[in-house]
Design a protein. Sequence first.
Length: 139
Amino acid sequence: ALLRPGRFDVEIQVPWPDLKGRIEIFSHYLSKIKTDVDVNAEALAKSTVGFSGAEIENMINQAALKAASDNKPSVDMHYLDMAHDFVRMGPARKALPTDKDTNLNTAYHEAGHALVAYFTKDSVPLHKVTIIPRGQALG
């Protein structure tokens, strides 16, 4: 009912930020927290193709919360990498399946995804390949 014709006459499309935009967004939000010297806005921007500004903000907030809960004085790339995975793929489930064959099949499956992504023109660059279950996925 909210989007019925006549309710909103103009629809505005807001595209995802490009690399330059993501660098600016990272720089803005990183300036609000204490970070280690190894934190690099450009490297983070390159690894977050397809992230919205809100997802970038969430990623930095998640990293800061985790660092604070670990009593760390600042956020480093380790916390930002964990937050990246959390925002992109959801929370990790605690344990791998104990069945060795399931883990091996999952590894082959995920390796297949990685190969297809690597050889597909204009695909999102690979960030990580894992068999750690997240959300409904086995890896």
